[in-house]
Design a protein around this ligand. Sequence first.
Ligand SMILES: Cc1cc2nc3c(=O)[nH]c(=O)nc-3n(C[C@H](O)[C@H](O)[C@H](O)COP(=O)(O)OP(=O)(O)OC[C@H]3O[C@@H](n4cnc5c(N)ncnc54)[C@H](O)[C@@H]3O)c2cc1C
Length: 370
Amino acid sequence: MERADFLIIGGGVAGLSVGAALAPHGKVAVLEAEDAIGHHSSGRSATFSHYGIGNAVVRGLTMHSRAWLLEADGGALARRHPALFVANEEMRPALTALAEDMACHTGSLEEADEPRMRALFPPLRFGSEAIVAGIADPDGLRLDSDAMLQHYARAIRAGGGRVLNGRRAATIRPQWTVEAEAGESFSAPILINAAGAWADQVAALAGVAPIGLKPLRRTIIIVDPPQGADARGWAFVKTAVDDFYILPEGARLAASPVDEIEDDPRDAQPEDYDIALAAWKVEQYTTLSVVRISHRWAGLRTFAADRTPVAGFDASAPGFFWLAGQGGFGLQTAPAMAEAAAALVTGAAWPKALAESGVAVDHLDPARLR
Ligand SMILES: Cc1cc2nc3c(=O)[nH]c(=O)nc-3n(C[C@H](O)[C@H](O)[C@H](O)COP(=O)(O)OP(=O)(O)OC[C@H]3O[C@@H](n4cnc5c(N)ncnc54)[C@H](O)[C@@H]3O)c2cc1C
């Protein structure tokens, strides 16, 4: 039996970031079912941080995370990269509303006319059938998800903790002993459920009622920019309503039809229809012709009913802590969520800076979902 102070189920960004935040407070053990960390959602994201996603709490968490993301590891985890939010005629009111919401958290928004939008992303398609308006934020962030995961795993190990791959929690008994599929046992007074799309299933293993998490599948395709063009510096472009986004992926472009297909917790795979839809939308919003899709993938974005992430002890199960529902913003909010979760787990005061970012304990409390 291996004993720890904090047992964490899930080696994605949620589990690793809270493990790093707890490492100074005791022995951490992270159990990850797969053979590598970040195998599921955390390794399949678009790796961007922006304010054009989520509600005010998500924006507050995003704002609070920025400074840390830019400074950690000497700037290796994130770098500034422009974002551009665009609208067709029908989306104009949505673009205005989005700009108002974003302006509560960033002062760097600027209206972008056609030449400015062209400078930010040369092949955008303009005109009444395509893009007619835009708002630019030069202060978006390009994230390096792998560097983030490695940073957090290193911090856990440096604190004497362990990150154990290939350890799928199979049985869980209060308070708390976890038996992995392969037979090893682990115990700790505090169990942190950071199992992403599987978090409700992990709760069921522990005899804890689910909180109604929904995994939604999203697809990304990789396409070529025009011959001879290097897309590296082009902006992240997203429509004002959830219809399409495109951003550089190395010298190529990653695009998504912003699909949200209900799915089960599993190794999500892209479906032909969603791949075709992604290609069609590339041609609808840009002048690019999709001749070749060099790569494609899908991943699960898992949401609570109110689309606000969850961090807090379960009122019915002493020592059982939820860290789940990171939806489509789990990387960009990870530093703030880890800080919030560590404060709740250790009983420390709620971080003042989080409160100033508009994030309160009650916003994240799992009790709100029951
Ligand atoms: C296509 C796509 C694009 C995205 N783009 C962005 C973006 O640009 N910016 C952003 O911030 N976010 C983005 N996201 C969202 C982000 O990726 C997620 O919010 C985040 O990765 C969730 O992290 P997690 O640790 O909760 O889940 P995961 O990374 O899925 O980790 C959960 C882990 O738990 C493990 N597990 C499950 N059951 C068990 C068990 N019984 N025992 C042991 N381990 C178990 C799983 O194997 C898994 O590794 C995107 C997501 C997708 C799919």
